[in-house]
Design a protein around this ligand. Structure first.
Ligand code: AMP
Ligand code: MG
Length: 315
C-alpha cells in the first residue's frame, strides 16, 4: 500500500477573470502528481501537445522509478559510471552546487532514507536510520564522470519539477509562446505575460487551509516552488510525518515552519531552495534567501504567521 499521501491545490492560479481570452488548457498526470499547462499568447493545440510530451520526456529521463531513466541507471550501476544526457549532467551540477550552498539541507542522496519511510509499516528505529545514513551524503556523488559510491542512490524529487518547468519554458519560448502558466504539482511557473501585457497573479495558499489564500503575487518569468509537510506526508502508527527528510538524521523535518514558497527566475533553483529552506527552518532559511540576489520567499511559521522577504512582488 502506498504510504505517501498528497494534498493538491497548493498554489492557485488567479487569472481567467482578468484576461480577454481564455487560455488553452491541458491537465494531466505526470511526475507522480497533477499537472496543468495554460497557454495564453501564441496558444495552439500543437504547442499544448508539445508541452505535455516535454514534461513526459523529462520524467522518463529523471524519475528514479522509470527503469531506464538516467537516474535509475545511475542508481543501479553499483558505482560504475553510466552515459548520461547532457541535461542530466547539467542538473546534477546544479543540484551539487545547492547541496554545498545549503550545507547539505538539500541533498539528492536522501533516497535510502526515503525508501525506508516509504515502505515502513512502523517508524524506523535509530539503528535502521543510521545504517541507511551510511549511504547518504554529498561525498557519495562523484563527478567526471558521474557515479555513486558506497551503495548510494539519488532521488531528484526536490529539484526535478522546477528543472522540467525550465526545460518546458525554453521550448515554449523558442516556439513563439509569449505567455503561459505551468503547474507541476503545485510548483507554478509564469512564462512571459498575459496577452494584455500585465503580469500573472498567483495566489499562495494558506497551508492550514489550502482553500484559503494567504497572499497574492504579480509575477512574470519566475517559478514559485512550495515545500511543506502538508502537501505530501507518510502516515505511520496513526501519525503524519513530513515527506521532507533531514539528510543529517533521516528523520522527517519537524521545525518552526509549515511551508516555504521560493520565487526565483530559475525553476530548478526555486525548487531546490524551497526544500532546503524547509529543512533549515525559519532563521537559517531566511538568512540564505536574503543572501541571494533576485530570489524571494514567503515563510509560513507553525503559528500561521507569513513572513515574506523584502522583495516579494505583492499584488
Ligand atoms: P519538495 O516537494 O520539492 O520539497 O521535494 C520533496 C521530495 O524530495 C521528497 O518527496 C523526496 O523525494 C525528496 N527529498 C526529501 N527530503 C529531501 C532533502 N532534504 N533534500 C533533497 N530531496 C529531498
Ligand atoms: Mg523542492
Amino acid at each position: 500500500m502506498r504510504r505517501i499521501w498528497m494534498v493538491f491545490a497548493v498554489l492557485c492560479l488567479l487569472c481567467t477573470s482578468c484576461t480577454p481570452q481564455a487560455p488553452l488548457t491541458q491537465s494531466f498526470l505526470a511526475l507522480d502528481t497533477a499537472c496543468s499547462v495554460k497557454l495564453y499568447g501564441g496558444a495552439t493545440e500543437a504547442r499544448l501537445r508539445m508541452a505535455v510530451s516535454t514534461v513526459e520526456e523529462y520524467e522518463r529521463l529523471w524519475s528514479r522509478t522509470v527503469p531506464q531513466s538516467d537516474i535509475a541507471r545511475l542508481n543501479a550501476a553499483e558505482g560504475e559510471a553510466v552515459a548520461l544526457a547532457e541535461e542530466t549532467s547539467a542538473l546534477l551540477e546544479t543540484a551539487s552546487a545547492w547541496m554545498q550552498e545549503t550545507d547539505g539541507a538539500f541533498d539528492i542522496t536522501v533516497a535510502p532514507y526515503k525508501e525506508l519511510w516509504e515502505t515502513a509499516s512502523a517508524v524506523p528505529s535509530e539503528d535502521v536510520l543510521r545504517e541507511a545514513g551510511q549511504r547518504v551524503g554529498a561525498e557519495k556523488l562523484l563527478s567526471s564522470p558521474w557515479r555513486l559510491a558506497d551503495g548510494a542512490s539519488l532521488d531528484l524529487g526536490a529539484i526535478a519539477k522546477g528543472a522540467v518547468a525550465d526545460k518546458l519554458c525554453e521550448r515554449l519560448k523558442a516556439d513563439g509562446c509569449t505567455g503561459a502558466l505551468i503547474d507541476l504539482g503545485g510548483n507554478i511557473t509564469a512564462l512571459g505575460r498575459k496577452p494584455d501585457g500585465s503580469p500573472f497573479h498567483v495566489a499562495i495558499a494558506d497551508p492550514r487551509d489550502t482553500s484559503k489564500t494567504l497572499l497574492t503575487v504579480a509575477v512574470t518569468d519566475v517559478t514559485l516552488s512550495t515545500s511543506g509537510s502538508y502537501q505530501r506526508f507518510y502516515e505511520l502508527e496513526g501519525r503524519r510525518y513530513s515527506h521532507i527528510l533531514d539528510p543529517k538524521t533521516g528523520h522527517p523535518v519537524e521545525n518552526d515552519l509549515l511551508a516555504v514558497t521560493v520565487i526565483a527566475p530559475c525553476g530548478a533553483d526555486a525548487d531546490a531552495l524551497s526544500t532546503a529552506c524547509f529543512v533549515m527552518g525559519f532563521d537559517k532559511g531566511k538568512a540564505l534567501i536574503d543572501s541571494l540576489d533576485g530570489i524571494e520567499a514567503v515563510f509560513v511559521k507553525t503559528d500561521g504567521a507569513a513572513v515574506p522577504t523584502d522583495g516579494v512582488p505583492f499584488c
